[in-house]
Design a binder for this molecule. Structure first.
Ligand code: ATP
Ligand code: FE2
Length: 334
């Protein structure tokens, strides 16, 4: 086993295959990533898995070379055990097992959603936040209660990022559509939500985005300006997330909000969270964008935290779990 304690993290839940590192003190280093961009339609899980398997050798070599590290300086390999698309997860787990057995270093299978929280806590220096996790496949409001991260509210249908991507695709914009929706929304100078009505769905602590997707797509076909629909879509969908996040702060009595997931790159969402938090005497945090999107570094960071507590994953326990829940994983670290 290497003795200088670097931990390598492998992320492979969906489009992005990514290798990241933390050093022996748990300090994060940026990831080396490759994202498969579908030429048409949505993600094809098997093609994405092939892309991941093909990229593994290159990404591994690149990150070691960039940090001037030798393979022997790695002391453990962490990987996303779930949740995610099974073929993609399998590609990551298989790369992790290969490296682990070649270098004779332990494997640590970690929970992808929990990794988003832990990299955010590390980057932002917040302690006990409510996380608004807004990505392509996931939209959840999470916080730590009784030794686990609990999901207090979530989407009942599609993730907010998938909604933005599908809306963009129906208007001829390829994946990822979220950043293009953001750019177009900035072009709209109106400010009345009544002018561009869209459904707003919050059910208790839960959210739903398929209705707003249908309505927004229909509006663009009825000649409402594209920028206006982008703007209204963001205002409605983000306000729904922020409403649930605010209620989670109120119920839990906590005063830190942390953003994570690819949609957390959006400046308007960041601003709305800051406004809500300022109004209730709380503080809103958002990590650098490279640590909001899926990245290997967050997997390495969570692996490092678990390894410190002595948790490793044996080969027989190393199978992926596509439907792993945020609260399936016990928090054994501080
Ligand atoms: P997960 O497995 O956690 O669901 P994912 O595969 O969706 O992750 P991420 O990298 O977390 O991957 O997020 C990608 C999503 O983020 C895409 O839906 C993309 O459109 C969206 N996104 C990225 N940047 C922005 C932005 N500036 N505004 C809105 N959405 C964005
Ligand atoms: Fe993610």
């Amino acid at each position: 086993m290497g003795d200088s304690g670097w931990v390598l993290g492998i992320e492979s839940t969906a489009h992005t295959f990514s290798f990241g590192l933390v050093d022996s003190d748990g300090k994060p280093y940026p990831s080396e990533s490759s994202t498969i961009l579908p030429t048409e339609g949505g993600i094809h899980p098997r093609k994405a898995a092939e892309h991941h398997a093909d990229s593994a050798g290159d990404l591994f070599a690149r990150i070691l070379e960039r940090e001037n590290l030798d393979k022997d300086q790695l002391s453990a390999i962490a990987y996303s055990q779930g949740p995610g698309l099974a073929p993609c997860l399998r590609a990551g787990a298989s790369a992790a097992r290969t490296i682990s057995s070649a270098l004779k270093i332990p494997l640590i299978g970690v929970n992808h959603c929990v990794a988003h929280i832990e990299i955010g806590r590390e980057q932002c220096g917040c302690d006990d936040p409510v996380l608004l996790y807004a990505s392509g496949g996931n939209t959840q409001v999470i916080t730590q209660l009784s030794g686990r991260y609990r999901v207090l509210g979530e989407t009942l249908d599609i993730g907010i990022g998938n909604m933005l991507d599908k809306f963009a695709r129906s208007n001829g914009i390829p994946f990822p559509g979220g950043p293009k929706v953001e750019q177009n929304a900035l072009l709209w100078e109106g400010d009345s939500l009544e002018d561009i009505p869209l459904p707003y769905v919050v059910q208790g602590m839960d959210l739903a985005f398929s209705g707003i997707l249908t309505a927004a797509t229909k509006a663009t076909k009825e000649d409402v300006p594209f920028a206006a629909v982008c703007w209204s879509l963001q205002e409605h969908a983000f306000a729904a997330c922020v409403e649930v996040a605010e209620r989670a702060l109120a119920h839990s009595g906590k005063n830190e909000l942390l953003l994570g997931g690819g949609v957390a790159c959006n400046e308007r969402l960041r601003e709305m969270c800051e406004i809500m938090c300022a109004e209730r005497g709380a503080k809103s945090y958002a990590p650098p964008k490279m640590y909001c999107v899926d990245n290997g570094t967050m997997i390495a960071r969570l692996g490092w935290l678990e390894l410190k507590e002595g948790r490793v994953t044996s080969l027989s326990e190393s199978a992926i779990n596509p439907s792993l829940r945020t609260d399936d994983s016990e928090i054994i670290w501080a």
